[in-house]
Design a protein. Sequence first.
Lengths: 297, 403
Amino acid sequence: MLAVEVSHIAKSFADKVVVNDLSFSVAQGEIFGLIGPNGAGKTTTIRMMMDIIKPDSGDVTILGEKLNEATKNRLGYLPEERGLYRKLKVLDSIVYLASLKGMNRHSAEEKADELLNRTGMLPHKAKKIEELSRGMGQIIQFIVSVIHDPELVVLDEPFAGLDPVNTELLKGMLADLRNQGKAIILSTHQMNQVEELCDRVLMINNGENVLYGDLGEIKARYRGNSVLLDFVGELGEVPGATGRRTHKSYTELMLDGKTTPQQVLAHLMGRGTVINRFEVATPSLNEIFLKEVGKKS
Amino acid sequence: MNKTLLIFRHEFRHMIKRKAFIILTLIVPALILIGIGIFQLVSPGGPSVEATAIGYVDEAGGFDQSTSQGYIELVHFDALGDATAALINGGVSEYFVIPSDYLSTGVINRYTLKRQLEAPPAISAAIKNFLTSNMLADKVPPETVDRIEAPLSLVTTRLTETGEVATEQGGYGNVIIPAIFGLLLALSLQASSMYLIEGLGDEKESRLIEVLLSSVSPRQLLTGKVLGLGAAGLVQVAVWLISLPLLLNLASSTIGGFFSTIQLPANFLVLGIIYFILGYLLFAALSAGVGAISPSAREGQPLAMIYAMLVFVPLWFASLLFIFPDSPIWVVLTIFPLTAPVGVMLKLGVTGIADWELATSLSVIVLSIIGALFLSVKAFRVYLLMYGKRPSWGDIIRSLRTG
């Protein structure tokens, strides 16, 4: 069963098309990246998935059915801009929001203690939300979105405003969730986080599908015919190389259509060249995105 | 547990712990207590009032009888200088002069050390009765003097249509509880409306509303909120109503008289509860709508003040009701849904309310609740996620029409 199936959804606000004919699916046990620049339509897409706003057309299926009260208990959601009851204590906030996901008070308190301990927030559990820093508030909100052991977790810009230590902590917890077979949707404009975490991606711009599929396949598809080299001494003539570009810490060799990177590596090894780095040049997601958006416009 | 119940419980607990709620709940009995205290301090007729001596100089002659007027003792002085000296050394609290031409002019000159807007009514009455008694002494029997001083003590008896004495006799004693209840009801409705808008505004501003809606439906959220705040409002009114008999008892034992005539109009309790609930639902539905179209509590509250003020209108016109109980304005105020909860309570105490009027009032308020709820749920869904921007009235009407 697919965790999410979105079919041809569209949404306009006051004659402005925000999402246009978008379709994608998310499987169990994968981290799915919903990526695009600010204002691309990511949050609107998520709100339609969460049944917070209705699509003008199209269908959304969550965990095999239309979103209903029972399905809502099986999903966790971290919205883009975070907020909790400022006057409420940390533990009370977590327990109340967990109870709205169908948890009883006792198990919610137990699980909250466990997650607070894991995230180093246990000493703050009796504090009011307004006494916490922004990053701490975000961790609490993340706990709220996963405490009820959801099968699908939707995270809208989860790393925004987090310090490097908490970012790593969150990444570790996301990897654990994937390993437990949960489906995770990560919406972000930070392409580097997506490259590090996601299995598949949907890239959108102006509410439209730009790229969709397996991250590895996409990157392979956009792989250029060149290699990146960091070596000691002189490189000399390399058969099959049609040109070279020198960067600060490496040299890029452009290859002709017939020569493979493996042949170049074998040639250099045979010649006894000392090589510190050899990499098949792969464009970053950001470069792929800019290329695709440039093509469309 | 049912999610609506969870929201209800959370909102109720959250509300009764709020400082503003606790202060409002306690301040009403406290104000009544202070009011009783002030009444006792300024009331001249109470049993604790000390005997007062006031002096007079009789230049007209013949004013020497009936010098005891209740707790006021009139002390005769032969000369103006003696009276002034007694006033300055505290022998009398004030004095007056009956000039030689009093009979033809009616002028009495009063002298006092105090700065006053006018003579206290008890002093005026004592001087008037003293003058009347002396002028009529030996001319008419003492009973006639008493009647001239107090010619009318009107005792009204209300009969039923069959000519029997009605169980409910009316009068101010009959209106005091409905009037106080009406005031409390208006305060509670206004406060609850503000709390609801504030709560929704906070949740919208903090984006918490998205987390809530990923767990519950808008209907569950609204119902839980309205009922939770309603229960808190009911607790507030209950505290006021429980403290009211105790306070009135206290007032009755210290102030006496009027408070012993207090009685509850027929059907008051039943109608009081019905109009509290209906009034609450109507204001909550309107507030949910205002909360939905306002990006923050700050912008929603002035909008809510417009209808929250209307609930007080019957109290502004209360004195008009006492003078002109049959005025058509009162029919309007008991039927117009925003003024009906307080209007009906007041009219119930003063003249009672006709069956047709009550039926119309209830029908209109119920229909208004249904209409307001319908529009509010629509607006809630359409404008819930509209942050930082208030839709124009044209936008609102258009979107409500298209749904």
